[in-house]
Design a protein around this ligand. Sequence first.
Ligand code: FES
Ligand code: FES
Length: 218
Amino acid sequence: MERKSAGISLEDAQTAARARIAAMPGGQKIVTCPLCGYQCLSYEDLLSHYLDSHPGCIAPIPLSLTVNGKSCRVIVEPHLTLKEVLQFHLGLTGAKHMCDRGQCGSCTVILDGKPTLSCNTLAADCDGKSVETVEGIALNPKWKPLIDAYCKWDAMQCGYCTPGFLVSAKSLLDREPHPTTQQIKEALSGNICICGTYPRHAQAILEAVEVMSKGGEV
Ligand code: FES
Ligand code: FES
């Protein structure tokens, strides 16, 4: 059955997510100065350029991440959060910007296996780490029943908080494949939905668990 949310089908959303992950930079050859746009052939050239042209300014730093299973190397401004690097350097917009102060859970990603608020995680502290975003979860067939159950039970209205809820739910199911309703509520307690979809999340997750345990489809 074709699932639709916010006017686009799940298949279209998956195709877009696949394209974004494929477009993430594996290893940058040309490094562009974020201050003046000057193009350098290596990170070392960029550091020399900063010394010559922007003395006193703090130079960007190299960052290696594994994002949704793909190795990425980016040169980023040292003050950026993980959410900003995912959005502005890697083109992944699934982790949402809502409160931007660690209060709502909309920006949740899984960092080295733990649910993490990407809006208050400094990207520089993530060097060498593994990041899983809602795009990677949506493309993994194992989690299709979870996505389908969210669509079936309309566990969203505007949908802005939904990626954060889905990432928290997936993280819970990694730890506890057969959670109780209470465990679901506790795992999602850091996620806020302004539209008030709270009862639907446990309903969707419990159904997804049942379907996954039978190896079927919602
Ligand atoms: S945007 Fe990160 S917790 Fe709200
Ligand atoms: S569905 Fe709108 S904020 Fe949750």
